[in-house]
Design a protein around this ligand. Sequence first.
Ligand code: ADP
Ligand code: TRP
Length: 314
Amino acid sequence: MSEPKKRLLTGLQSSGDLHIGNYFGALKPFLDMYQEYDSLLMVADYHALTSLRDADVMRRNTVNVVKDYLAVGVDPKKCIVFRQSDNQDHMELAWVYNCLVTVPFLQLAHSYKDKVAKGIEANAGLFTYPMLQAADITLYDTDVVPVGEDQRQHLEYTREAVGKFNRAYAEILKEPKEIILDAVGIVPGIDGNKMAKSAGNGIPLFGTTEEIENAVMKIVTDSDGEKPELVYNIHRLLKSEEELEKIYRDNAGRYGDLKKILAADLESFIAPMREVRNQITDADVAEVLEDGAARAREISNKTMKKVRQAIGIA
Ligand code: ADP
Ligand code: TRP
């Protein structure tokens, strides 16, 4: 008999339009491996609520993120594509974790500290964010979680929360492992900081030709040296080192030309996916999410039944 497939889960926040950092850091690794696993791909809309307070934008973003998932090539028949808020088990398990971990432990989370340092409101949802993520992952007995480098600590927090639960009650929940592609690392934004939806420094994954060109032209270039490091670091996601070696040699010092080449390469990479995306309707998205919610609940309900028994509320 063949071994059952291991389970894989990842999610992206629906806090804005996806950028190429999301693609190379999270979606591409997911696409490369999801069929070898029993996979789930989530829209983390309750996580987005920590930073978003506009109901129309919230609704629109969910639809857009699902369209993005389908357009990059995710087949919803070969995995479960679902929305976090469609399954209330996430909220419930997050609460259980919140009652196990301490405030000082959560205060050490880099992503929380970074966001607060940037002046983002320290709402309690933002503070307990890692425990909702721990719930997302562990409700499904997840083995592996492909994410970008910035999420490493959230996986450590998940394992810590699981350990606390299992020691306090019973060995019910599984400790997941992250999968982080070293080659990608953190994709820099056009200002040199981590590309992030909230930072306004992204190259949109499904931008128009013009939007992509405008973003590329705004990439900060260092004034000394032959090679604009930032332009190169984004370019290397699309072309091999050998190919780039020639392009950057032939155009040494001509930053404007190098940016034009990068914009053209991005356009050839994005255009076919954009075509596919234009064919996907809101009704297609609704259908995918309805099916995904039912399949997701079927798995998580079993976990929650055990959790409720273990903590003494059932
Ligand atoms: P953002 O930081 O833009 O709001 P999310 O927090 O929703 O994006 O991240 C979704 C996924 O994309 C995560 O796995 C995250 O690690 C990955 N990711 C986000 N930004 C980058 C980046 N600049 N480089 C690599 N991966 C990234
Ligand atoms: N916190 C993740 C991010 O910002 C998004 C996310 C929410 C996630 N739940 C998850 C990622 C579960 C992996 C698994 O990128």
